[in-house]
Design a protein around this ligand. Structure first.
Ligand SMILES: NC(=O)C1=CN([C@@H]2O[C@H](COP(=O)(O)OP(=O)(O)OC[C@H]3O[C@@H](n4cnc5c(N)ncnc54)[C@H](OP(=O)(O)O)[C@@H]3O)[C@@H](O)[C@H]2O)C=CC1
Ligand SMILES: O=C(O)C1=N[C@H](C(=O)O)C[C@H](O)C1
Length: 247
């Protein structure tokens, strides 16, 4: 039976993952890691670490796992460029699944966005709106950024130069080539993303709404089961596209 360690075990996602593991017959929860215990003491006990925490904490756990040859599923979002480079470098030693959103629906939406961008992207004003609960610590969401990246890549644009986050202070009409991002935070919204393609006389919208964190938790478990079959010495960053075999 696959042995799982969960870091951030007291968090919203940590709790959802523990609940999902408890309902599974094929995997077993062996260690809950929180800020009071040390992963280093348990390295012989688990096969895959599932981590949904904060960037600094994730990098700490990844550094330990990379040295010990332990695989990781990482759902944490909000990495800055420097932190992302550290993650990329550490993942040369072990296979990891790293995805800002583990739900099947969002990963299908990424595929739909690729198609939409190909067909209508050049003729559209593209705007991404995301809405999350009041406790979310990063903005825009990792999912919104991933959606923007997929669209920008499809259109041959660089998201670093074509993204506009909010419009305060901008005193000019909209440039067709930008991808706009807007963020809403409030209450207990689990996670909602809408990408609008505004054309002349019509508008296409692709929306995903998560109503339970269980969708992310089940995706993380699916990723751990998939990762278990990848050789430990094959350092690589995999995505949910790999896990779900969506080429
Ligand atoms: N990829 C996906 O599908 C999804 C990704 N996420 C992402 O997962 C992350 C966590 O979200 P969520 O569960 O809502 O957040 P929470 O704040 O509820 O949980 C975060 C956990 O991280 C722990 N933590 C914080 N700092 C440290 C540290 N330095 N060392 C060890 N542990 C630490 C916290 O511990 P303590 O309780 O002790 O403070 C807490 O248990 C976010 O980045 C979020 O965006 C969320 C949902 C889905
Ligand atoms: O913090 C959250 O809650 C979520 N974070 C992820 C993100 O930043 O995209 C995924 C999901 O939308 C929930």
């Amino acid at each position: 039976m696959l042995k799982i360690a969960v870091s951030g075990s007291n968090g919203r996602m940590g709790q959802a993952i523990i609940e999902a593991i408890e309902q599974s017959n094929s995997i077993k929860l062996v260690i809950k890691i929180d800020q009071n215990n040390n992963l280093t003491n348990y390295l012989d006990n688990f096969d895959v670490l599932i981590d949904f925490t904060y960037p600094a904490a994730t990098l700490g756990y990844l550094s330990i796992c990379a040295k010990a040859g332990k695989k990781m599923v990482i759902g944490t979002t909000g990495f800055n460029d420097d932190e992302f480079n550290q993650l990329t470098s550490l993942a040369k030693n072990i296979p990891i699944v790293f995805a800002p959103n583990m739900s099947v629906g969002v990963n299908l939406s990424l595929k739909l966005l690729e198609i939409a961008a190909k067909v209508i992207g050049e003729d559209s004003d593209i705007e991404i709106v995301e809405m999350h609960h009041r406790f979310k610590a990063d903005a825009p969401s990792g999912t919104a950024l991933k959606m923007g990246e997929v669209i920008a890549d499809t259109l041959g644009r660089d998201l670093k130069t074509c993204a506009v986050y909010g419009r305060k202070g901008i005193k000019q009409i909209r440039d067709r080539n930008i991808i706009g991002f807007s963020t809403i935070r409030g209450g207990d919204v689990v996670g909602e993303h809408t990408v609008s393609f505004f054309m002349q006389g019509e508008r296409v919208e692709i929306t995903h709404k998560a109503s339970s964190r269980m969708t992310f938790a089940l995706g993380a478990i699916r990723a751990a089961e998939w990762l278990a079959k990848v050789p430990s010495n094959k350092g690589c960053i995999y995505s949910m596209k790999d896990v779900l075999e969506m080429s």
